[in-house]
Design a protein. Structure first.
Length: 368
């Protein structure tokens, strides 16, 4: 029942732990100040009882995960929610065990990240059918059809299109490229669809090598794989690398730098403080990356949970808009650019009115 006031909303944290003690990062907020003026705030948030929200992420061990979880937790705590976070660091069995336990622990809402397997879908179906609000990021496509559930994603097609457009412009559409990609993840499938279309429409692009693995040491494995490819292809035989994940780009950048092959440019997807640091290194081969602010992703997912708890109708799917970050822009300023000051270069970075109801600032003020 979105009204005109919020119509605009439609335009890691933790290590791999034993499942029993998986609860992390609980909010210390005590709920809204009882003397605060809460006019217009939904009654569910004014009773003094804190909604308990569980945030679970399948992948982990990277800066993107840390910022996603921090964004969700900070936004939730600003609403007076009791927020718990957990990451399985890529361990599917541990992720399922954590979900199984959490379902029976009385949480009022769930945010689930990268749950794209059939087992996770089954747990999310249980949550949704029990009438508990659930928002899933980069997860199984069928979640969008579950009652009361929302499936959020980065605009993966936009991410891939922006990075590949930069590659085409830089190379004139005539280049030998290495493709760093891994199958089995919904975002990667969407990015690969764009890549295949670009290859078909630009016969001057030739893939001469490919690698991809999702693991705790993805960057290291990528570094070793790219180093091996460089030995097979001397100077002049590789022009660019398209890396569909910043963990791939980080490993590739190290391999290129160690081999002295900075003539090869990297066009990546996703961003973090580590990524920004590498892009700003002297003679860094990482030229462009397309990204969505991971902290904002977490925050928007939490806003959706708040709206669901308040009884609002919410969309079944939502894509977050991507932005392109260039090494040239990063190096054009005198200070080191990080996730905190990236907004000085990218207008609107880290900010969004998506799913921002007019009572949310009131609730935040009451929980300061």
């Amino acid at each position: 029942m979105y009204n005109s006031k919020i119509r605009k909303i439609f335009k890691f944290v933790g290590t791999a732990l034993a499942v029993a003690p998986f609860l992390l990062g609980c909010s210390t907020a005590d709920g809204p100040n009882p003397t605060a003026d809460l006019e217009g705030v939904p009654e569910v948030f004014t009773t003094g009882e804190q909604p308990r929200i569980m945030v679970l992420r399948m992948i982990g061990g990277d800066d993107h995960t840390a910022q996603f979880l921090a964004g969700a937790q900070q936004e939730g705590q600003s609403f007076g929610f009791d927020v718990t976070t957990f990451t399985a660091n890529g361990n599917t069995a541990q992720f399922h065990d954590a979900l199984s336990q959490a379902i029976n622990q009385g949480y009022d809402g769930f945010i689930i990240s990268h749950g794209d397997d059939e087992g996770t879908l089954g747990y999310i179906r249980q949550i949704a059918e029990a009438g508990i609000p659930v928002v899933a990021f980069d997860s199984h496509g069928e979640i969008a059809g579950l009652p009361g559930a929302t499936l959020t994603s980065q605009d993966d097609e936009g991410l891939a299109s922006q990075a590949l457009s930069a590659l085409l412009e830089a190379t004139g559409g005539d280049a030998n490229i290495i493709y760093l990609w891994v199958d089995g993840f919904a975002p990667m499938v969407r990015r690969n669809n764009v890549y295949q279309e670009v290859l078909q429409n630009n016969p001057g692009l030739v893939e001469v090598g490919r690698f991809g693995v999702a693991a705790e040491d993805t960057s290291l494995q990528t570094q070793n794989a790219v180093a091996a490819m460089l030995l097979q292809h001397p100077v002049g035989e590789i022009d660019a690398i398209f890396a569909t994940w910043d963990a791939f780009a980080l490993g590739a950048a190290r391999a290129l730098t160690e081999a002295g092959r900075e003539e090869i440019q990297i066009f990546g997807i996703d961003v973090s403080n580590t990524a920004l640091g590498v892009m700003q290194e002297e003679n860094s081969p990482w030229a462009y990356t397309a990204a969505v602010d991971p902290r904002l992703i977490g925050a928007i997912n939490m806003r959706l949970i708040a709206l669901k708890l308040a009884g609002y109708d919410t969309p079944s799917t939502f894509d977050l808009e991507a932005a392109l970050i260039s090494q040239e822009a990063l190096n054009a300023v005198d200070t080191m650019v990080n996730m905190a000051n990236l907004a000085d270069l990218i207008p609107g970075w880290g900010q969004s009115g998506d799913f921002e109801a007019d009572w949310m600032p009131v609730l935040r003020e009451a929980n300061r």
